[in-house]
Design a protein around this ligand. Structure first.
Ligand SMILES: NC(=O)c1ccc[n+]([C@@H]2O[C@H](COP(=O)([O-])OP(=O)(O)OC[C@H]3O[C@@H](n4cnc5c(N)ncnc54)[C@H](OP(=O)(O)O)[C@@H]3O)[C@@H](O)[C@H]2O)c1
Length: 271
């Protein structure tokens, strides 16, 4: 039997999946390691997917051939506002799995604010459309991102110093924090026009969908990290789209998602 706390929820992969009427989701970053899994799992649930990608050849052939997938080859940041709004029109949700390519150019070259700019553009486009019901925004982030005003447990001094250095030296770490800050501070957690969830996985792993736990705040430290299968990140993001209860539970929050095997909640308790 797994232990859970008030702030933690445990997902069993065999749990029933809600299947409302066919939905449409716009995915950005869908050619990435996690984004690809998001597209695959959405299609597997019968969700229609629109994907804005730089190169469609990076999508797995069986995914690219799916009639429920529409691919737009474009650079997200230079897409005209009207075109971005056109792609969002009729969508129930947008999922961003954007991340800086992990090479010298991707980490230190422009756009250093890829995630923040993309998030801002998506929010502004949703605001301009004023869709009813509103389009949900789901952003993939990281446990290096913290919530302000001590909402997360205070990290130790060495960890805070390390993260301060990391954000100073590595643009992607700063970018992820700024994108989350934008949603928290500028859009706000109770914004009815642009409802959002920021998903914070720990160290990403390959592997299938497995049991995972969800937490309101950080559960591991950077020196003793947890792990999260990318398939589990994708599964949770899909749940946010297809399960109204999951959405209601996490709207306006920054859930931490970790593999159950690595979660402190499922560690054997001392006798
Ligand atoms: N690595 C970890 O352990 C870890 C842990 C927790 C969270 N995260 C965060 O999770 C997110 C996703 O990670 P991932 O490893 O799944 O990502 P990834 O495999 O690196 O994929 C990144 C995606 O972003 C796209 N992209 C990159 N630069 C772009 C640009 N300038 N314009 C448009 N699209 C661009 C890529 O497109 P192309 O395919 O065209 O390059 C790709 O689709 C990142 O924000 C990362 O910081 C990572």
């Amino acid at each position: 039997m797994l232990a859970t706390s008030a702030a933690a929820h445990t997902w069993h992969p065999e749990a029933e999946v809600d299947m409302p009427a066919q939905q449409t989701v716009l995915v950005v970053g869908g050619t990435g390691r996690t984004g690809r899994r998001v597209i695959q799992q959405l299609l597997g649930r019968g969700v229609r997917v629109r994907a804005i990608v730089r190169s469609s050849s990076k999508l797995p052939p069986e995914v690219a051939a799916n009639p429920d997938l529409t691919v737009v080859e474009a650079s997200l940041l230079s897409l005209p506002d009207e075109e971005l709004q056109r792609q969002l029109r009729g969508c129930d949700a947008v999922i961003s799995c954007l991340g800086h390519v992990l090479d010298l150019k991707g980490v230190f070259g422009p756009p250093r604010d890829l995630v923040t700019r993309a998030t801002t553009r998506l929010c502004r486009a949703i605001e301009a459309l004023e869709p009813e019901p509103p389009i949900k925004l789901i952003l993939m982030s990281s446990v290096s991102v913290h919530r302000p005003r001590a909402l997360d447990p205070r990290r130790g001094a060495p960890e805070r110093a390390f993260l301060w250095l990391l954000r100073g030296v590595l643009p992607p770490a700063r970018d992820n924090q700024r994108a989350a800050d934008f949603l928290l501070e500028k859009i706000g957690p109770n914004n009815a026009r642009v409802p959002w969830v920021v998903v914070r996985p720990d160290s990403l792993l390959e592997g299938e969908v497995s049991e995972y736990t969800l937490h309101e705040s950080l559960v591991n430290t950077l020196s003793a990290p947890g792990s999260t299968n990318m398939a589990n990140v994708a599964h949770f993001m899909c749940e946010l789209v297809t399960s109204p209860k999951t959405w209601a539970d996490w709207k306006g929050k920054l859930p931490v998602v970790v593999n159950a095997a690595a979660s402190p909640d499922t560690m054997p308790k001392a006798a």
